[in-house]
Design a protein around this ligand. Sequence first.
Ligand SMILES: *Cc1c(COP(=O)(O)O)cnc(C)c1O
Length: 387
Amino acid sequence: MNDDRRFETKEIHTGPDDDAHGALTTPIYATATYEYDTPSDLRGDHRYSRMSEPTRDDLEAAFADLEGGTDASAFASGMAAIDAVFSLLSSGDRVVAGKNLYAETHELLANVYSEYGVEVEHVDITDADAIADAVTSETTMVYFETPTNPMLRIADIEAAAAVADANDALLAVDNTFASPYLQRPLELGADIVIESLTKYLGGHSDVIAGAVATRDDADLAEEIAYYQYARGGIPSPFDAFLVLRGMKTLSARMERHCANARAVAEFLDGHEKVERVHYPGLESHPNHEVAARQMADFGGMMSFELAGGIEEASDFVSNLDVVALAESLGGVESLAEQPATMTHQDFSADELADAGIPVSLVRLSVGTEHEDDLLADVEQAIETAFE
Ligand SMILES: *Cc1c(COP(=O)(O)O)cnc(C)c1O
């Protein structure tokens, strides 16, 4: 890909340059296997669809390009992508990980990789000194999300990359809440970037997929591609097609997500029944400056605490009409959820407290509907909750 092109052009002009029929977009090749002419001569570039296939190849090339990377592997889900990254670890390795992790990522480390002998230390990733103190020459990997789920806290990726680098540890960043349109960790020094393609890249809440990209590190890229091939957690050609289609409108969608989210955050921030709004775009946010420095805009995700408690918060999310009550994020549809009872339902009260997640917290994934309809819906749902 021509590196001088802007993001908005690159995201659209992906796709086949060698399709036999001159298709403009990447077709779906519904075939498990590919023919040989003789046992030593494959007819084309592909052999067996778990190893590689044209639609996934195009998705991986486009994804690497948007992340500012050189190589990428696509997976059947964000979790399969994260599992491929953790597969780089061996028994005795030490991981320094964020405190607020996506719930299943937290579980994968606590319940699966700990069984394999991987040691994990959780730190507050907004505190660059805490990361510097935790990372030693024994550390193999530093792993976090920024913005975090569901508190929208921000880590300074460049500072963490310098610490990881000085200790010969890999820095892996889950970029799902930002998307590569707003933040490109590889350009800030991270070694590995992960996205749940289910979210902003797919963008339409109609597919589960994930991907990992790296930059100028052929050995690392090859190792991740090996786990994709050997463990077999690949996306189907149809899923790869859906994500490729979604990715072409990423920038246009993100601009609307960000504008709508800013309007909703400001509305909530000024509402007498709202105690606290967690949105990195607000100047009152504790990590606003880092966010302003490393993100192109502040994204479509936020969480907030209503006055009252868990009851009022439950009423609020149940009263929403335009905004759907559902887990997940990053689609064109606005979604609300209550972490304590939904996404983080497996956390005990102590674990929630330890992760700093108030039981009354509401998380919003602000979609691309008209701003006025979103504001009216949030307003009526608050009013009804306090009737
Ligand atoms: C959704 C999500 C994942 C997991 O992705 P799936 O596609 O659901 O497997 C991982 N990390 C973050 C931050 C997510 O939001």
